[in-house]
Every structure is written in C-alpha cells, then in structure tokens.
Design a protein around this ligand. Structure first.
Ligand SMILES: [Fe+2]
Ligand SMILES: [Fe+2]
Length: 281
C-alpha cells in the first residue's frame, strides 16, 4: 500500500512536470467541414460580423508563435533543456490552434485557405518592441504566463459570445483553445517553480513592466506576445490587475482572486453595450 509520503511525492511530481492536452483536430473539425445553415440563420448580423473580425486577427496571432519560437531557438544555447522541451510542446499546440482557426475562419467567414496563406506570408514580425520581455528564459516564462492566462479568459469570452452559436464542432474548438492555453500557463508556472525560485522577488515588478508594455505598445507587432491590447475595450478595466494576482498566486506569491472576480473577467458587459451578452442559457 502507498504511504502518505509516496502519494504526496507522486502528486508533487505530476504538478512539477510539463504536460500537453491531446486532441485530434481532424476529428473535431475536419477539412471541408460545413456548418449547417440554420446556425447562421440564428445569429444576428452584428454577432456574425464581430466574430469574422475577431477570427481575422486571432488566426494569424496563433500562427505568429512560429516567429517567436524561431527567435528563441536561435538563442537555444542560452536555454535549459527543460525549457526547450516545453517550448516544442507549446509550438505544436499553437500551430494546431493556427490550423484550427484557419478552418474555423474558412467555415464562418468563407475565407479561402490560399488567401489566408498569402496574408500570413505577408506579415512582418518585429521582435524589437518586445525585446525587454525576451531577455532570458525567466522573463520569457513570466511573460508566457501573462499572455496565456489572458488568452484563457479572452477565449472564454469568445466562446460565450461567438463560438457556441455555430454548432458543436466550432464550440469544441473554443473549449480546446481554452484548455490548451490553460495548460501553457501551467507549464510556464511549473518551470518557474522548478528552476527560478531564487528570482521570484523580481516577478511582481516584471509583471508590472509587461502590463505597462502591453498598454503602451501602439499596435500588435505580430510576435505572438502581447496581442490582447487590441481588444481591451471588450474586457473590464481590472482585467490585467486580476490576472497578475492570479499569476502571483500560482507561483505561491499571493492570494488567488475569488470566483466572482474571475467570472467578471469574461462576463463583464461594456457600459455602451445594448445587447445582453449573457442570457438565460
Ligand atoms: Fe494558442
Ligand atoms: Fe498558448
């Protein structure tokens, strides 16, 4: 029989390893999938247009993971094996998200794959404006936590506002995105806890710096990180502050925000919004 110590050790070992969700995109949303017309009939024009606009940005920012990865891999001699192993899992997921959103964009907005290929090929990725968060593995991991947890809550809102209206396949894509981004957040935390506890006194200031950089960047520079500022109007003013507390709590550096504060992150309704987003469903 397992002793208490052994069981505790197992739990700690599971929590201290990086992990990956396994799901098959072809099974969830096969190439050539078509959404039943009645789903389009049920959504308002406003919802549909807003979803198309959102997808036209999200598709490519998922794909931008490749250029961020390439930048880091060019400096792989500075990075630890555990970090590089995590980064490989991360890239596989992000490129799957890119393909998932390409298929979603094709189904929802009717954009051809060729047109998306062309648009992606024309993108210019500028690392310099975010260089301050890419100083080393530690700053990268803290920024990754910030970015991924922001994605969790923005996809949660997107799922509620958009994905769920277009049938079970598109809804499942939204769910998988949320779960994967949550896993990426957790994996970054695991590496920080395993390897960088001696630098935890730097974390609060670094998070403030990341938040301020995101606020002051005039635009998204197509480098994956810090792409949420372009949608700030959809989220409550406290969004980043609550996320920062959540990150600090995951690292054992503070108290976790309560359930209502977290709920507010994705259920908040902008003051000028006429249409109730959260109905009785
Ligand atoms: Fe992603
Ligand atoms: Fe992610």
């Amino acid at each position: 029989m397992e002793t208490l110590d052994q069981s505790h050790f197992k739990q700690t070992a599971t929590r201290s390893r990086v992990n990956q969700n396994h799901w098959d995109l072809d099974a969830v949303l096969p190439l050539g999938y078509q959404i039943a017309p009645n789903y389009f009939d049920r959504v308002t024009d406003e919802v549909h247009q807003n979803f198309c606009r959102l997808l036209s940005r999200d598709v490519y920012s998922e794909g931008d993971s490749q250029s961020l990865y390439d930048h880091i891999i060019n400096r792989s001699n500075e990075m630890s094996p555990a970090f590089l192993a995590m980064l490989d899992l991360w890239l596989t997921d992000e490129l799957k998200h890119y393909e998932a959103l390409r298929r979603t964009n094709h189904c929802i907005a009717g954009i051809s794959f060729d047109a998306m290929d062309q648009q992606f090929a024309d993108r210019v990725h500028e690392i310099e404006p975010i260089a301050v968060v890419l100083v080393d593995e530690f700053t990268f991991l803290v920024t990754l936590m910030f970015d991924e947890i922001g994605s969790v809550y923005s996809y949660r809102r997107d799922l509620w506002e958009y994905y769920r209206h277009y049938g079970p396949a598109i809804q499942r894509i939204g769910h998988h995105l949320i779960q994967d981004e949550g896993m990426h957040f957790n994996n970054a935390a695991v590496l920080l806890l395993n390897q960088y506890r001696d630098r935890f006194d730097e974390v609060p200031n670094l998070l403030t710096q990341i938040e301020s950089l995101e606020t002051h960047l005039k635009k998204y520079h197509k480098t994956f990180f810090l792409d949420h500022a372009q949608e700030q109007y959809r989220f409550p003013p406290c969004f980043n502050a609550v996320l920062i507390r959540l990150i600090l709590a995951r690292l054992g550096l503070g108290q976790r925000p309560d359930r209502l504060e977290l709920q507010e992150l994705w259920q908040w309704i902008p003051h000028d919004c006429q249409t109730p987003i959260f109905g009785d469903e």
